[in-house]
Design a protein around this ligand. Structure first.
Ligand code: SF4
Length: 499
């Protein structure tokens, strides 16, 4: 095959996460043409997705079985593209640098600026990445990169800059005393996992560019120990990186939700057995890993900086899951709407509402919200890039009670408002099943937890309850009267919730 997959023709690409390997192996043994493994597109409903390219045409075969892939490979080996049997066929330039997008495909939902090369390149091949325009940030003018960082805000629960300017953090690291470091916090969020599995060079490029600007000698990629595939891919990509001044390592931490909190991530990297959030100030950019000034950014943030350096407008990557047939990760323009993400999935049953913002997201019956921090904050929902769809069978009193109990069980215990407040909150929600619904007491407790918890875990843990009361208070009142509107809370379940 040619040095990089972009120039290969004919070529069969197999995209996907799970069940891709069998399709790949069968197709490879059925043909002499190149059959290559590319990363996931983020649209699990389409995968394994086989892409057959020949003579400036690419044919798409969704949910491809091993036998079908073998037949397609055999046909392509004989110089033909099976157009009749394809789900879509696209004509394109001779060497497209990104996945061509068919009309009327879930792949066309939103935009694909950051995700554009997912599902088209071999994830750990540096030649593919370079040929697609990769690594250019590493030779870009420093002022341009810093300007891009000023325009990008942090993305996700694991980013120390949360929803504020990344450029401010870079300046503090430059001005601080000590040997700077960069931590890529890839723990636990599906879109960050997708980037590391499908296009690991992109966040690595952003991290190396940041390291150049702040003169960091180390870049540490931090993942959950459960994310094996992402760990394997990023480790392989690290071995194929261009020579830089920074040493790059990948380390894993416990597969616990709180382990993604930026200062608990630092504790995990340092090997602490008990993860507790650090008091701030000082922020990690003044005193971070082993006391060194440290940038802590998610892969999404770093990917956005790479694209902003080349002039692209910032976007938001969102994973939609829950009561849907297949999870999907899509990218939305800043002036778009979360409602667009629903076009990429099929809801199981009737849409009731969504929990926006991950584990401690906010409930909303209306997804017509722009994916910007301001708009999401105004709607009372979270900015972590996850939409959990809830259908009409979901009892929100039970759902919110489970979120509260999770906060009670999983907090680190360091500060009283979160440690004790989540216990009291769970008790107040449990009392609803005993006929006592006290919204004023719940709201006062939420105010205390939210205003005085040390870290984002405690502040965010109030969100499901607060938004649940805003939009669905009547469901609590009905439960206090001894009924569950969805019929979900049987006596048995009520007993379970109250344990
Ligand atoms: S808010 Fe919760 S998780 Fe954060 S430090 Fe306090 S007890 Fe720990």
């Amino acid at each position: 095959m040619t040095e990089h997959v972009l120039e290969a023709s004919p070529v069969l690409r197999v995209a996907g996460r799970n069940s891709r390997d069998e399709v790949l192996n069968v197709a490879t043994s059925a043909a002499s043409l190149p059959v290559v493994a590319v990363g996931s597109t983020g649209l699990s409903a389409l995968e394994p997705l086989v892409l057959a390219t020949q003579n400036r045409q690419t044919a798409f075969y969704e949910s491809c079985t091993p036998q079908r892939a073998a037949d397609l490979a055999d046909t392509l080996d004989n110089g033909e593209l099976d157009i009749e049997d394809a789900d879509a066929v696209i004509e394109h330039a001779s060497t497209p640098t990104r996945l061509p997008i068919p009309d009327r495909s879930p792949l066309g939902v939103g935009t694909r600026t950051v995700l554009g090369r997912c599902g088209w390149l071999r994830p750990t091949c540096p030649n593919d990445y370079r040929a697609s325009g990769g690594f250019e940030t590493l030779t870009a003018d420093g002022e341009t990169v810093v300007g891009a960082a000023r325009r990008v805000t942090g993305r996700g629960w694991g980013d120390a800059m949360a929803d504020t300017s990344v450029g401010d953090s870079w300046k503090r690291v430059i001005d601080a005393d000590g040997d700077p470091a960069v931590v890529v916090n890839a723990h636990g969020t599906p879109s960050d996992r997708l980037l590391l599995e499908s296009l690991p060079f992109l966040p690595l490029e952003g991290a190396l560019a940041a390291a150049q600007i702040v003169d960091a000698s180390d870049v540490i990629i931090y993942l959950s120990e459960a994310d094996n595939q992402a760990h394997e891919r990023v480790t392989a990509a690290i071995e194929n990186l261009p020579q830089t001044n920074a040493a790059v390592h990948a380390v894993t931490g416990p597969d616990e939700y709180r382990a993604a909190e930026p200062t608990m991530a630092l504790e995990a990297i340092e090997g602490s057995q008990r993860l507790e959030a650090r008091l701030r100030p000082p922020q990690p950019d003044i005193e971070g890993i082993y006391g060194r000034p440290t940038l802590v950014h998610t892969p999404r943030t770093l990917a956005q900086i790479v694209h902003a350096t080349s002039g692209a407008a910032p976007t938001r990557i969102v994973t939609i899951r829950g009561d849907v047939q297949h999870e999907a990760t899509v990218e939305l323009p800043a002036d778009g709407s979360l409602a667009t993400a629903r076009e990429a999935v099929t809801v199981d049953g009737t849409f009731k509402c969504a929990c926006v913002g991950g584990q401690f997201g906010g409930l909303t019956p209306d997804l017509d919200i722009a994916p910007t921090p301001d708009a999401l904050g105004a709607a009372g929902v979270g900015t972590e890039g996850v939409i959990d769809v809830l259908n009409e069978d979901q009892c929100l009193v039970a759902y919110i009670g489970e979120q509260s109990r999770f906060a009670q069980d999983e907090n680190c215990g360091r500060c009283v408002p979160c440690r004790e407040g989540t216990v009291q909150l769970t008790d107040l929600l449990r009392e609803v099943y005993d006929g006592s619904f006290r919204p004023d007491a719940i709201e006062e407790l939420l105010r205390v937890i939210e205003s005085s918890s040390i870290c984002a875990f405690g502040r965010d843990a109030t969100r499901p309850v607060a938004t649940g009361l805003d939009h669905f208070e009547d469901e609590f009142a009905v439960h206090a009267g001894g009924q569950c509107p969805t019929g979900t809370c049987t006596t048995e379940l009520q007993h379970e919730v109250s344990q």
